[in-house]
Design a protein around this ligand. Structure first.
Ligand SMILES: [Zn+2]
Length: 136
């Protein structure tokens, strides 16, 4: 059974837009770790995987992190840690208020997106089309 909430975050379904959002369940301070995910590697990229190294991708595990949307001006970062660490963490890079949507920047990890998409994050620095950092 997938975990759809933890102490800090909750996955919310928006049936109108057929998308998921992950919202803060409480105020979150700068630097707070809000989500941990076990390292599960795959050598193939797909629309849900996270590129964590050359030819190395974190697989879809149906945990909270898989539902965190992209933003060009995100409030979370993904921290991979060293080879000995068996988990990744998402950490707040801004203070986050209860009810805020959390987001991270997919292009900080993906060199080429499997499924490029138009971005509607609304940030002043929005890159409009999210394709992967190697295609910038
Ligand atoms: Zn954007």
């Amino acid at each position: 059974m997938a975990k759809r909430r933890n102490r800090w975050l909750q996955v919310v379904d928006d049936p109108k837009r057929e998308v998921f959002h992950v919202l803060a369940r409480r105020d979150i301070g700068l630097g707070q770790v809000v989500c941990r995910l076990p390292k599960v590697f795959t050598d193939t990229r797909d629309r849900h995987s996270i590129e964590v190294g050359p030819g190395r991708h974190q697989a879809f595990t149906d945990e909270i992190d898989d539902y965190i949307n992209h933003s060009c001006d995100p409030n979370l970062e993904l921290v991979v840690g060293d080879a000995e660490s068996d988990e990744y963490v998402f950490r707040a890079i801004k203070p986050i208020s209860v009810g805020d949507e959390v987001s991270w920047d997919y292009e900080t990890f993906e060199s080429v997106l499997q499924n490029p998409f138009p971005c509607t994050c609304g940030a002043v620095n929005c890159r409009k089309m999210i394709v992967g950092r190697d295609l910038r």
